[in-house]
Design a binder for this molecule. Sequence first.
Ligand code: UD1
Length: 336
Amino acid sequence: MKILLTGGTGFIGSHTAVALLERGFEVILLDNFSNSSPDAADRVREITGRDLLCIKTDLLDADGVGLAFSQNPGIDAVMHFAGFKAVGESVSEPLAYYHNNIAGTLNLIEIMNKNGVKKLIFSSSATVYRADNPVPYFEDYPLGATNPYGWSKVMIEQILRDVCAANPEWSMALLRYFNPIGAHESGMIGEAPNGIPNNLMPYITKVAAGELPVIHIFGDDYDTPDGTGVRDYIHVMDLAEGHILAMNYIRERKGAWSFNLGTGKGYSVKELIAAFEKVCGKELPKQTDARRAGDLPAAYANTALAKKELGFAARYGIEKMCEDSWRWQITGACRK
Ligand code: UD1
């Protein structure tokens, strides 16, 4: 089977490419390298000992994407990872986020339609659950968002459900990721955010490496066991596995299917830092700051549906997530 990955050299795309190649799938990566590098494709080749095609194009360039499909006939399914993903930036640049994420997806769907490719796995997010939903989050909860990035995911999910409703030939999985961390255990690929990281794990690894002075804990007065924010961290290789299971699932079914990809277990900011300190063998400088605007006390998945329908269960715990994130940081490979 031939699978095309948009955003294929990014964090989740590159790890999913490894998982696919290791299962014998043929893989084509599409990326504009706006937040990643073609080096990731080389590293995926090196890890797996298999070749893949890596095409530079932007989803907003319909001609370029059209060529990628017409020159590579026989694509069975698309995994759509490409998109802008910085929440804060989306608040100051809403039009850029809506345009890039939504128009890019519309182009992709139209081109897939023209080329008779009707299977899509979409990178959605736990951020599509409205802030007033109780935890754990179930897939049938009402959707909503608090920032343009989140709304772009809610809107794209709706567009995709509408496409499936209008055209019964389509099969789609909308995968709602919780907090992906970790890296491939080779230490050769991982998350490489531009500039100062917004997310907790890349921030911790940079403090541990001495590249940033101190971890800022955003609030310790939440209504949680230790007062800090609780999240459902999931190893990126588990997430990659979820994509393969979801693809197998939609191969036999029509319509749009939403699934949570999380572990179902929440860890607090303090717990994640403590787990990381154990792995890196030193205490890290940290200070408590004010809450970050827009953050929730706790967000974690109900995993029953993904388990029942996909057979998905996360294999890796918090210690392995920390070990692999740390290995990626110290190999130096993360410096793009
Ligand atoms: C964030 C995004 C979410 C996105 C996800 C990708 C927001 C509001 N949400 O989720 O839409 O899908 O990243 O992984 O940005 N924290 C600190 N110090 C830090 C950074 C974070 O204490 O330097 C805390 C946060 O308050 C939170 C937890 O760590 O409790 C996790 O934060 P983060 O890694 O940014 O993920 P989310 O906010 O859950």
